[in-house]
Design a protein around this ligand. Sequence first.
Ligand code: SAH
Ligand code: SF4
Length: 455
Amino acid sequence: MNVYDSDRMADVLAPIGYVATDGPDDADMVIINTCHIREKAAEKLFSELGRLRNIKEHRLEHGKATVIAVAGCVAQAEGAEIIKRAPYVDIVLGPQTYHRLPEMVARVSRAGKGRQKNKGILDIEFPDEPKFDHLPEVTAKGFSAFLSVQEGCDKFCTFCVVPYTRGAEFSRPFEDVIAEARAVAAGGVKEITLLGQNVNAYHGETVKGETGSEAGLGRLIRQLAEIDGIQRLRYTTSHPADMTEDLITAHGDVAELMPFLHLPIQSGSDRILSRMNRHHRIDDYRRVVDKLLMARPDLKLSSDFIVGFPGESDKDFEATMDLAREFQFIQAYSFKYSPRPGTPGALMQDQIPEALQSERLAALQALLEQNQITFNQQCVDSVVPVLFDRHGRKDGQLVGRTPYMQPVHVQAPPNLFGQIAAAKLTAAHANSLGGELAGSVNHPMPTSEIERVSA
Ligand code: SAH
Ligand code: SF4
């Protein structure tokens, strides 16, 4: 979502003359868009700010001003503290107020050199009117686009800062989402990933402004699939407790919906899931996955794990290892529990020592990585549709993604850039695959199944 937000900040600033530079040295303004989900992400901010301070001073010696802004969830959480600790910061803004950036920039430049230290602009409000109503039309960049449909979260998992930094759950109306999807499709985008902190809690108004007209993500996906040019749809991140029947059915009905779903589980122990306030047990997760596989037998899963949550015993951790073996996730993110200020988890008594967290994380990651490699190896000899959206390092090489998001390197003519074409997978590595063009490159390609190549 931060990638989407950063792009939108660029869109907001374009009309007042800002364009992207290659680096901070020749930038009149630098915005750091931050993440607060784990401590490590937040810590990076202050070391990065120190570096920018030097650049700002150096540029000033040459008569050039530099506006420094801190955006995103660290800004939301720390607010004025940032200006106190780094008085050379000009603007601190939260994730819900970046549509006001031009106004803030104007205020900074009006104050000019007269601005007192520690008097940076702070705007971390949660405005009544959503920012989306004030943002300019999105312009397509590349062939694959993110589209925010939902923000915030009402679930309050005990480890998580999202409900505090992104605010309450909010869904954009259907017509706004569809208009944005049409605009990017007209600009050449073929693949859209719908975004939300809890995206499958989406319940947008089907008639804008009409309370009671809300419908869920399944219906939205069906409508988006009708848009000319859209060949692939994905959504992230979803919560197991919000996988509705309609959404599960959409996985069977909508060919454009890719057979790859990120469905975070966090832990394999019901006891820990309950302490995490996850609103689901392992058996609920199992049931959801069974239904998804009934609807779409070639569906594969990725997941998120937290190890070393307060109170996690060896037995709880073993349950997580068992779960990773059972579900054979083809990709996964795993983290050591990081206590976040203001969340209930941070106040729990039985915190797990860092050394034990590291040990458990290493064991889990070795297993998850092995699952990923095994899947990549199983894919060798299959013919899959690949969306080529990058140039490779080697001459004449294009890089694309399979329906399962695996990067594939293929020797291919330049006219396939931005196209979906069939590739036979020939080599498996830990994080990518090698392939060669296969058969017809007509499309729309069948994206429903990996076709085994007959001998
Ligand atoms: N809404 C999604 C997750 C959003 S946060 C869900 O409900 O699953 C993305 C991931 O960061 C989480 O899935 C979790 O694995 C991880 N995460 C969040 N807070 C964390 C914390 N305090 N410590 C470690 N990992 C955390
Ligand atoms: Fe955080 Fe996801 Fe839980 Fe919401 S559902 S509180 S975003 S982990």
